[in-house]
Design a protein around this ligand. Structure first.
Ligand code: NAD
Ligand code: USQ
Length: 401
């Protein structure tokens, strides 16, 4: 196994698509600090979506230009910027030709399930942006950087919630006396999750057709905000979404509890998912890059460290919140989504652990730190943005955007 600790990245060039976002920004700094030469490709569309929706991150974030300038000032390390849309193929090709990446980490997609379910326009935008962007990335690698290892962010939600164990990408099936190892069945629960399913199929085909190396990281729900690098200066602060469209379960519950809003458990709360700390996200990316897939291979890792139901999360936060003097409450709100609220869930996640991932687990200490952090910024919270605003089954536009 390649040692991904310390300055293991010396001499390697990593392009980070979506590097201005939540996972991408933290990863860009983490890899830059470890000796990788990093560039960020981002259209800044996510900042535009916040403006459209009238929502904002809990934390104040600086512009991407201020961010990379501060990083250079603090560390002497340069992060090159390519501002543009990867759906614009000419732009992407120019960036790939100029930067000549050894690895390309692709975070650059519309990543909210509720956003994709707002209406027809948002569903089509999500799938066009995500599927086209990934096909463009595959073509750019094939034609201009064939040795480049694509590390693509997928999602655990590609698998849905089947009544059998979830494997890492592939399952061996015996049918009518014959056996084969096939892609694990996919049952995405929103047009967003389905965009990732389509990406996986396209990537699988392209790796075989064009002999490209790819790692598809089926990531669970990410929580937390601080990493070793983003805490170095307020200008490097990461975003933390808590609103009903972009906020994810644990981060939302933390912010809700910090401002005295009850935690919004959708339906019965038995929905179980894989979760991980953002400090583990950046480490997983480092491990995947340091131990690349083979040419012609689509390798799939399930990227999460623990499985929790929504009810379990609300209990963990209730306990930790009470310890630091908050008064946590829970409400069961009608579930705006179409999903099972009680189900079997058992997913494998051994590949990244074998490569050396040492998970930060969701203990009281981490939750208390997150809660205290959210309390610091509670004056920035817009109560109106907290309740879910998008209904999977609604028959007409349910939020304005
Ligand atoms: P984010 O919205 O914070 O960041 C995504 C970034 O990609 C944004 O900066 C956006 O401007 C950029 N982008 C989107 N479309 C683009 C395009 N066409 N061209 C160039 N840039 C574009 O999202 P995130 O939470 O950092 O998620 C990053 C990736 O990880 C996504 O692919 C998401 O599906 C996946 N993921 C996220 C989570 C999570 O809990 N946040 C969990 C599992 C998987
Ligand atoms: N949920 C609640 N209350 C809330 C918010 C969510 O009960 O206030 C429930 C949802 O109904 C769902 C579960 O919590 O059952 C997870 O929802 P989420 O919004 O945290 O996560 P999801 O929509 O699946 O999407 C997020 C990211 C996405 C990523 C995915 C990983 O936005 O980019 O792909 O997590 S996974 O869930 O493994 O597919």
């Amino acid at each position: 196994l390649a040692d991904a600790g310390g300055a293991g990245g010396e001499g390697q060039r990593v392009m980070i698509i979506g590097g201005d976002g939540y996972c991408g920004w933290a990863t860009a700094l983490h890899l830059s600090k470890r000796g990788y030469e990093v560039c960020i490709v981002d259209s800044l569309v996510r900042r535009h979506m916040d403006l459209q929706l009238g929502s904002d991150t809990l934390t104040p974030i600086s512009s991407i230009y201020e961010r990379v300038a501060k990083w250079k000032e603090l560390t002497g390390l340069e992060i090159k910027l390519y501002i543009g849309d990867i759906c614009d193929y000419d732009f992407l090709v120019e960036a790939v030709k100029e930067f000549t990446p050894d690895a390309c980490v692709h975070f650059g997609e519309q990543r909210s399930a509720p956003y994709s379910m707002i209406d027809q326009k948002h569903a089509v935008f999500t799938q066009t942006n995500n599927v086209m962007g990934t096909i463009n990335t595959l073509y750019a690698i094939k034609d201009y950087a064939p040795e480049c290892h694509l590390v693509k962010l997928g999602t655990m939600g590609e698998y849905g919630t089947p009544n059998i164990d979830i494997e890492e990408g592939f399952i061996t099936i015996t049918h009518n006396g014959r056996t084969d190892t096939l892609p694990y069945p996919k049952q995405g629960g929103s047009f967003y999750h389905l965009s990732k399913v389509h990406d996986s199929h396209n990537i699988h085909f392209a790796t075989k057709a064009w002999n490209i190396a790819c790692t598809d990281l089926n990531q669970g729900v990410v929580y937390g905000v601080k990493t070793e690098e983003t805490i170095m200066d307020p200008v490097l602060m990461n975003r933390m979404d808590y609103d009903g469209v972009f906020g994810t379960a644990l981060n939302r519950f933390v912010v809700q509890t910090a401002v005295g809003h009850p935690m919004t458990v959708y339906g019965k709360g038995g929905q179980t998912r894989g979760y991980l700390d953002i400090r583990d996200t950046v480490r997983c990316l480092e491990l995947a890059i340091a131990n690349p897939a083979q040419r012609g291979e689509m390798r799939v890792f399930n990227q999460f460290t623990e499985m929790w139901s929504v009810n379990q999360l609300s209990e963990i936060i209730s306990t930790a919140g009470a310890k630091i003097g908050l008064t946590p409450e829970v409400i069961n709100v009608p579930n705006p989504r179409t999903e099972l609220e009680e189900h079997y869930y058992n997913a494998k996640n051994t590949s990244l652990l074998k490569l050396g991932l040492e998970p930060h687990l969701l203990g009281d200490e981490i939750v208390e730190t997150l809660l205290s952090f959210a309390v610091e910024y509670k004056d920035r919270v817009d109560y109106k943005a907290i309740m879910p605003a998008v209904d999977w089954k609604a028959r007409k536009e349910s939020v304005k955007a």
